[in-house]
Design a protein around this ligand. Structure first.
Ligand SMILES: [Zn+2]
Length: 110
């Protein structure tokens, strides 16, 4: 699946259709200062047990794709929907640049 890098989409903050830049959401490390995370780490320390059952079985063959859309006018990011599963994907810049490059090459040949 090929996704264009620049898309015209509706921005909730500008309340109109603007140009958006598509990027994949980065995974942030887990916060260590929450009550539940402290409880979890306390349980893991020493000769304890794992508080939850370990997930078993094979991994899913596809991963869910999480995309963020950044508005070029207000520079705010937002997501659309819940994401979807894909095997392969690629964020591609618009082909206008490639076309111009091809034109330049053709000019060089002449
Ligand atoms: Zn906006």
């Amino acid at each position: 699946m090929i996704i264009p890098k620049k898309q015209k989409r509706y921005c909730n903050f500008c309340r109109k259709h603007t140009e958006h830049i598509v990027e994949e959401a980065k995974r942030k490390p887990r916060r260590q200062n929450t009550k539940s995370q402290k409880r979890f780490l306390r349980k893991l320390a020493g000769y304890g047990s794992f508080p939850k059952e370990n997930p078993k079985g094979r991994e899913k063959p596809t991963k869910k794709l999480d995309l963020r859309y950044k508005c070029t006018v207000c520079n705010k990011k937002h997501s659309i929907g819940e994401g979807f599963r894909v095997k392969k994907f690629e964020i591609k810049a618009k082909e206008a640049k490639e076309e111009s490059k091809a034109k330049e090459e053709s000019n060089v040949v002449k």
